[in-house]
Design a protein around this ligand. Structure first.
Ligand code: HEC
Ligand code: HEC
Length: 339
């Protein structure tokens, strides 16, 4: 009798787990206060289980996230929105070497694109955030970016009847919580996918979609120039960190997060989607044009003890360098319809 009961209990347990795993998506956001890391000023930690929403509420979430992304209400001074730095007409980045936040403060790094970030294992140049949800709360609290507190933003939003209504429609809760703020923003970010570039059309069978020069550039990208060693996959990133021998600054990159000296001045391989629209380049914004970037790679990068061994002179002639740039230009898609 006892063993029958045990079997029954085991089956029930398995069924409960199975049901739970299928009916819920769990997003765990933990952001611990770490001294000296920009974007994180207070301890935030919560677990969340989201009952998956209907198409209608998903659309409301995206619409709300888009409004928040463009709204300076998220900053202390009411002057800076996410889109102040991630500009839709600049490939969702900006034209400054390093970003400019509230009260015209200079940030530490170049603004990366938000396009195609939903699949990234690590976010930020040093990979200090592991999900878009975790990332989204960083800039709001970064004193050099939006300079607000989460409590401050929530107070402002909860006083705004239009936002309260919109959050209620999207999440079914009467008051706005930090979780919903993060979920709405990231629901919008996940729609920012650069597609239908000349290269995508080429891949889907339109052999004329790439110019002759871009076609030669593609062969170089995958061959002699070895770009694909790091810029691989549909988003042109291995999701890993490398030191490519850029001019040395105080920024030690990944090693500050991993606390491992071999990661010194390693930064995340960025996507190359929309890259023709996102100048200036690299984490430091030190390079103004793609021509300069390619000349730098062609020379094998600069001098750094920690430089990636893959970085060697490429011996590309002038035409080959132009071809590579033509290929990079073919990675810009049509602008997102809604914007
Ligand atoms: C003042 C300019 C500024 C503002 C405002 C700003 N960002 Fe950023 N964003 C940056 C910079 C600079 C980085 C890179 C920082 C780093 O790596 O240390 C970044 C990184 C990111 C990334 C990571 C991209 C990647 O490839 O890792 C995402 C996603 C992002 N921001 C979204 C947002 C959202 C959402 C908001 C609004 C809540 C926002 N940003 C507000 C400048 C800004
Ligand atoms: C060893 C890995 C590696 C190889 C090989 C490599 N890259 Fe990169 N690439 C990176 C990393 C890492 C960064 C970011 C570096 C930084 O900012 O510190 C980067 C940045 C870039 C950028 C700047 C993008 C931006 O948004 O600022 C461009 C453009 C680029 N690479 C193109 C290329 C091309 C073209 C090739 C081939 C000639 C190539 N890369 C080869 C790892 C690599």
């Amino acid at each position: 009798m006892k063993s029958v009961r045990n079997i029954f209990l085991t089956i029930s347990f398995v069924l409960v787990i199975f049901f739970f795993a299928n009916s819920a998506i769990s997003i765990i956001i933990t952001e611990k206060s770490k001294k000296g890391i920009s974007g994180v000023s207070k301890e935030l930690s919560f677990d969340y289980v989201e009952e998956k929403t209907t198409k209608k509420t998903a659309d409301l979430e995206i619409e709300l996230g888009k409004k928040l992304f463009f709204d300076p209400i998220l900053s202390k001074t009411g002057t800076v929105s996410c889109a102040s730095c991630h500009k839709p007409d600049h490939g969702f980045s900006d034209d400054k070497p390093v970003s400019i936040g509230i009260n015209d403060q200079k940030g530490d790094r170049n603004t990366p694109t938000v396009f195609n970030t939903s699949h990234l294992k690590f976010l930020f140049w040093d990979g200090r955030a592991k999900s878009l949800e975790e990332q989204a709360l960083g800039p709001i609290q970064n004193p050099k970016e939006m300079g607000e507190t989460i409590a401050g933003v929530l107070t402002k939003l909860n006083k705004d009847p239009v936002y309260v209504k919109q959050f209620q429609n999207a999440f079914g809760r009467k008051s706005i919580a930090v979780l919903h703020l993060a979920l709405a923003i990231t629901a919008f970010e996940r729609t920012l996918i650069s597609t239908d570039s000349d290269y995508d059309r080429f891949l889907s069978g339109d052999s004329m979609a790439l110019s002759e020069s871009a076609n030669r550039g593609l062969a170089l990208f995958n061959g002699k120039a070895m770009c694909i060693a790091c810029h691989k996959g549909p988003d042109f990133t291995d999701g890993d960190f490398h030191n490519i021998g850029l001019p040395i600054t105080d920024d030690v990159g990944r090693s500050k997060i991993s606390v491992t000296s071999k990661d010194t001045r390693k930064f995340k391989t960025p996507t190359l989607r929309e890259v023709a629209n996102t100048a200036p380049y690299f984490h430091s914004g030190q390079f103004e044009t793609l021509e300069q970037v390619i000349a730098f790679y062609n020379a094998g990068g600069g001098v750094d003890t920690y430089k990636d061994p893959l970085k060697k002179p490429l011996n590309l002639n002038e035409q080959e360098q132009k071809d590579l740039i033509e290929f990079l230009k073919a990675l810009s898609g049509r602008q997102v319809e809604a914007l």
